[in-house]
Every structure is written in structure tokens, then in C-alpha cells.
Ligand binder design. Structure first.
Ligand SMILES: Cc1cc2nc3c(=O)[nH]c(=O)nc-3n(C[C@H](O)[C@H](O)[C@H](O)COP(=O)(O)OP(=O)(O)OC[C@H]3O[C@@H](n4cnc5c(N)ncnc54)[C@H](O)[C@@H]3O)c2cc1C
Length: 288
């Protein structure tokens, strides 16, 4: 099945894009976390969102999700690992499934920090961003997992079903609640190897491993979408939120500074309206 529109990310940008897409009656899929975004839930008190003064992040998260639900928006729980432009449509590769859509809105937020040295070089040669996609390649092997948030613990536990040994490097302050994981409290520094990954340097130690899984909330846009024009951690966008790839739009933190809820939601709205216009023009061309 080919959707008119696929929206990736369920923060304010993605949710607002989905609400607008539903009003415009697009046939769309919203892919991401059913609980919206950590960057919403973790805020203490938000003072600058029009009409919702002084809300705690968790309350804002609930308001956003309730609004989307009321508009009939459903979230497909999914982590997208790659998006390929096929000319007049896109293929989205997810951890659970693949999707086809005539247009795409990227609303995946921004990646904090630079990639680790070696990360880009060994991507696909021992570096992976998706346990569900790549676990089977590490049957009987030793892997390191760099977990960006507590929710990655279950992904690391899943890897234990395949790998002979899993070393878990948490990047967060909360204590690791999984009792099954072999936790290493060292800060990862560099991914090392020859043709393929052979080790992860962390703290003053070198851990010999066959693979390194880097499980973050988001991956850099240039890695997610081959061929997309980027500017550092951001996607280059025009005022209508279009990008360098026809039919692809971007909104929110990913589309540049400032990082603000209301700006993210506003850009989500613009991106969805632009996607609606793009899809209409595609359909008109197909009829002509
Ligand atoms: C602690 C804190 C406090 C803040 N306080 C304020 C404030 O008071 N006022 C204000 O205006 N702003 C504030 N901000 C900034 C605000 O959080 C961001 O600007 C806003 O959340 C950006 O929304 P977004 O939709 O672009 O991205 P995000 O909120 O980052 O959402 C992106 C979503 O996409 C998901 N995703 C990423 N990659 C993929 C993928 N490949 N497949 C599927 N899903 C994916 C992520 O998991 C996430 O759920 C704060 C931020 C933080 C961290």
C-alpha cells in the first residue's frame, strides 16, 4: 500500500503535521513513539507555549497526545532506519516493517553531540542503529550497546537472544534497571577496526567487540536519508519546509534553530500543508 504521506517522529512537529494531514484528509501514516517525545516529557515547566501557560512537560505531552487522538490520529510504533527517494515516491525502512509513501515529513528532532570517531566509517560494517534489524548478524558474537536512554535497555536485552555477550554502556544518569545486562560505566570514546569493527574504546579501556549498536533517540538526517542536503545536524529547508528532495519536507528542531515547541508545531503545520499541495500536484500529473 502506498500512503500519500509518511510522517516520521511524534514530537510536537510530527503530531501537529499529523493533525493537519488528518484535516486535509490525506492518507497518511505517523511513525514513532506512542508516548511522543522525551524532550516534551522531561521539561519542568513550559512558559512560552501560546494558550498553555505554565504546564509541566508531562502535562503538555498528555495534551498533545489527547489532541491528536481526538482528531483520529493513530501512531504506528516504529523506528525508521533509512528513507530512500525513488523519484516520485519514497521507501521507508523500519525496524518492524517497510512503508511506501508519495511524500515524507521528517520530524525526528535533532541529534545532540557529534558522531563518535569511527561511527560513520563503520556504519554497516559493525556499527548499527537498530537492534531489531541487525541482531541476527551477531549470532554468537560479542557486541557493545551504547544506550542513549533507559528505554534502550529492552533493545539490549533483545540482543542477548542472539549475541554471545552484550556489554551495555548507559549514557544516562538514571540507574540501569535491567538486572540481566552486563553494565559498563565508562564513557565511549571511539569505534576502532580494520575492514570491520574490532573494538570500542571507552574510558581508558579498549573493549574488543564485533559490533557496536548505538541506540539514540534520533540519527543524523544525512545518515537517515542518503542524498539529502544537510547543514551540520540540520536539514536544509525552504520557507514551505521543502528540502532538497522533491516530496520530502522537514519540520521542528531538525529544520534548524531555535529549538522551541511552538516553532516545531508551526513548522509541522506548514510541512503538512506543503505535502498536501505536493500530493495533489502529483495526482493531477498522473491524470493528465
Ligand atoms: C529539558 C528540556 C526542556 C525544554 N523546555 C522548553 C521550553 O520550555 N520551551 C520550548 O519552547 N522548548 C523547550 N525545549 C525544546 C523542545 O523540547 C524542542 O524544541 C521540541 O521538542 C522539538 O520538537 P520536535 O518535534 O522537532 O522534536 P522532538 O521533540 O525531539 O521529537 C522527535 C521525535 O522523533 C522520534 N524519532 C527520532 N528519530 C526517529 C526515527 N528514525 N524513527 C521514528 N521516530 C524517530 C524521537 O524519538 C522523538 O519522539 C526543551 C527541551 C528540553 C530537552
Amino acid at each position: 500500500m502506498r500512503y500519500d504521506l509518511a510522517i516520521i517522529g511524534t514530537g510536537p512537529a510530527g503530531l501537529e503535521a499529523a493533525i493537519t494531514a488528518s484535516i486535509r484528509k490525506l492518507h497518511f501514516v505517523l511513525l514513532g513513539s506512542p508516548s511522543s517525545s522525551n524532550k516534551v516529557a522531561k521539561a519542568h515547566a513550559i512558559q512560552n507555549y501560546l494558550g498553555l501557560p505554565d504546564l509541566a512537560g508531562e502535562d503538555m505531552q498528555k495534551r498533545f497526545l489527547d489532541h491528536a487522538r481526538k482528531m483520529g490520529v493513530t501512531i504506528t510504533p516504529e523506528q525508521i532506519t533509512a528513507v530512500y527517494s525513488m523519484g516520485d515516491y519514497f521507501i521507508l525502512q523500519g525496524a518492524k516493517d517497510n512503508y511506501e509513501a508519495s511524500s515524507v515529513i521528517l520530524a525526528t528532532g535533532v541529534v545532540n553531540g557529534k558522531p563518535y570517531p569511527g561511527e560513520e566509517k563503520y556504519l554497516g560494517r559493525g556499527v548499527s542503529y537498530c537492534a531489531t534489524c541487525d541482531a541476527a548478524f551477531y549470532k554468537g558474537k560479542k557486541v557493545a550497546v551504547i544506550g542513549g536512554s533507559p528505554k534502550e535497555e529492552s533493545e539490549a536485552e533483545f540482543l542477548m537472544q542472539y549475541a554471545a555477550e552484550v556489554l551495555y554502556f548507559p549514557l544516562y544518569k538514571e540507574p540501569v534497571s535491567s538486572t540481566k545486562l552486563q553494565v559498563v560505566n565508562e564513557t565511549p570514546r571511539e569505534i576502532l577496526g580494520g575492514d570491520k569493527v574490532t573494538a570500542l574504546a571507552a574510558g581508558d579501556e579498549k573493549y574488543e567487540v564485533d559490533g557496536v549498536f548505538i541506540l539514540r533517540e534520533a540519527v543524523a538526517p544525512g545518515q537517515l536519508v542518503p542524498g539529502l542536503e544537510t547543514d551540520g545536524p540540520h536539514v536544509k529547508v525552504n520557507l514551505d519546509m521543502s528540502t532538497s528532495l522533491p516530496g520530502m519536507f522537514a519540520a521542528g528542531d531538525l529544520a534548524g534553530l531555535p529549538y522551541q515547541y511552538i516553532k516545531a508545531a508551526g513548522q509541522g503545520n506548514v510541512a503538512a500543508l506543503s505535502a498536501a499541495a505536493y500530493v495533489t500536484s502529483l495526482k493531477q500529473k498522473a491524470k493528465a
